[in-house]
Design a protein around this ligand. Structure first.
Ligand SMILES: [Zn+2]
Length: 238
């Protein structure tokens, strides 16, 4: 896996600002696998994509993750700490197909990927999005797909790609209730990148004002050297 340079991270951050979560996930995946064709990356199963994003998160910002969840019973905000390794699970390899028994034979489905998620972004509500997604993933000819088939298919796809739908079992310190809080590595990594970019641009602003260096020059500087220059600001008002 590629560990991107600061300039590549900054470029991806700029391109992803204001874009959808799936578009951002694909930008991040492209940082991890820059030699891969974007079309290929868009057809990774969501679990396989997210397994790469976990590795990228670990390389860039370390393995410790802290996030907030909300208790489903009493609405208390709970801080949750875990490591990347704690949430790694199995995923569907590209090209995987799920077969399930249905009335009048069997139904074959491919796993949803980022291209599918982009295609259903305009859906009016989550129920509609789920139906559109399953219709896209059905392979071959299928008689009108009823609710029973949709439920069985959703379950089978979830079981085939567990890394795609992570939830954290969180015990509330106030009322003791357990909440299954969803965790989305793509959104979390984007938020890390957003924090990182904000800090980088503050450094660029201070150093550029004082030394006249370009953004590219400052981003290319090693963190140690940059720190030495920034430490010289301590006695100078920002
Ligand atoms: Zn609670």
């Amino acid at each position: 896996m590629n560990v991107p340079q600061a300039s590549a991270l900054m470029e991806a951050w700029g391109r992803g600002t204001g874009r959808s979560s799936t578009e951002r996930a694909l930008l991040l995946l492209g940082l991890a696998l820059p030699a891969a064709d974007p079309e290929t990356l868009s057809h990774f199963s969501i679990g396989y994509r997210d397994a790469w994003l976990l590795s990228l998160r670990e390389s860039l910002f370390g393995s410790a993750i802290a996030c907030l969840a909300r208790c489903a019973a009493c609405d208390e905000e709970i801080s949750v700490d875990f490591a990347v390794a704690d949430i790694r699970t199995s995923y569907a390899e590209p090209g995987a197909v799920v077969t399930l028994a249905a009335e009048g034979g069997e139904v074959r489905l491919r796993l949803p990927d980022s291209a599918d998620l982009l295609a259903i972004e305009g859906a009016s509500d989550p129920g509609e999005a789920g139906r559109l997604l399953l219709e896209r993933c059905l392979l071959g000819e299928t008689a009108a797909a009823g609710d029973t088939l949709f439920e069985a298919a959703s379950r089978a796809l979830g079981e085939a790609d567990p890394q795609a739908e992570l939830s954290l079992a969180v015990d509330c310190p106030v009322c003791g209730a357990r909440t299954d809080a969803p965790f989305d590595i793509a959104a979390h990594l984007w938020s890390d990148l957003d924090d990182w970019a904000g800090a980088q641009l503050r450094d660029v602003d201070r150093l550029a004002r004082r030394y006249g260096w370009s953004e590219a020059e400052i981003l290319a500087m090693s963190p140690v050297r940059r720190r030495v220059y920034l430490d010289r600001f301590e006695d100078v008002p920002a």
